[in-house]
Ligand binder design. Sequence first.
Ligand SMILES: Cc1cc2nc3c(=O)[nH]c(=O)nc-3n(C[C@H](O)[C@H](O)[C@H](O)COP(=O)(O)O)c2cc1C
Length: 357
Amino acid sequence: MQLFSPLTVGRLTVPNRIFMAPLTRVRADEAHVAGDLIAEHYRQRAAAGLLIAEATMVSGEARAFGLEPGIYSEAHAAGWRRVTDAVHAAGGRIALQLWHPGRATHQDLNRGIQPVSSSDKPIRGGHIHTPSGKQPYPAPRALRTEEIPGIVELFRQGAERAAAAGFDLVEIHGAHGYLIDQFLRDGVNDRTDRYGGSLENRTRLLFEIVDAVVGVLGADRVGVRLSPAHGGNDMADTDPVALVRHVARGLQERGVAYLHLRHTQHDAPQDIALAQAVRAEFRGVLIRNGGFTRESGEDALRAGLADAIAYGMPFIANPDLVERFARNAPLNAVDMQTLYAPGAKGYNDYPVLAAAV
Ligand SMILES: Cc1cc2nc3c(=O)[nH]c(=O)nc-3n(C[C@H](O)[C@H](O)[C@H](O)COP(=O)(O)O)c2cc1C
């Protein structure tokens, strides 16, 4: 199977194309430092071609879930160093996902600091868990033009700390309606400055961040995640294919290692069109994710419409997913109750297959 063939991803050569998708599991400590629990989680999954670690805050004012990890202090870098050391000792490779939630948070999670976004449009519907219970999303404050270099700098510093922490690559989180995506998509971005309006303007923040991160790590250690047609966090765009094509072209010019496309339904016509648009413009690695199985992942690779497949839920419940795919073995089911619960239960205690006899 092509899933088991090696692949060059920027500076890395990886032994298979079964990647672990980034998964927020809120197992850091009160200071948002990753520790032994998180190190053990990724160590167990080190056979993945590439582990893409969970969304990690680039700012101390960007908490959105609770005990999600950060990468905005030396203590954070030291915590993550334990994780990367554990993964490398187990023979694996790991990327860190750099993240800012933008409007998808609440001031009660951030010492009263109002969330920021491209515009002042709140997330309609849904709710956010805060220390005082579930609340509707608040209206964000539109970032002033002169504040944008400060956002870029947060990502640059995050990349520096990720490098110091021993990550092989970083992934810039441009998906799922978080801050970068709030600039990319015209359903939210109504700015009239040079960060809004045209595709060139809406993608400006992303490219400024990419350039800053590439300046730290080199383009061959940088990837970008996008979900141009995903509706979560009340997101919409009038032309997701044009958007992804424009971004793919810019990433090709910069020579980044990979573009990671998160699909809503990977075999829907629009999602196929997104993958084709990336293929037409981008010659780095195309990772696709969203509802893939062993078989549909293999089909996508054979069709030439992906270089690697990222698996989310399957990796939660199957630390030995690569081995299970190799043996075509059944998969454990995910325990939904422990997705965001504290501790090792439902995190580090999923069983592996008995050794083959
Ligand atoms: C519990 C959970 C946490 C997630 N956390 C993140 C995250 O931190 N960053 C991100 O880009 N996507 C995140 N996602 C989305 C997954 O990376 C992935 O796109 C999604 O699960 C679909 O892939 P799958 O069908 O293989 O599970 C999360 C999904 C789940 C279920």
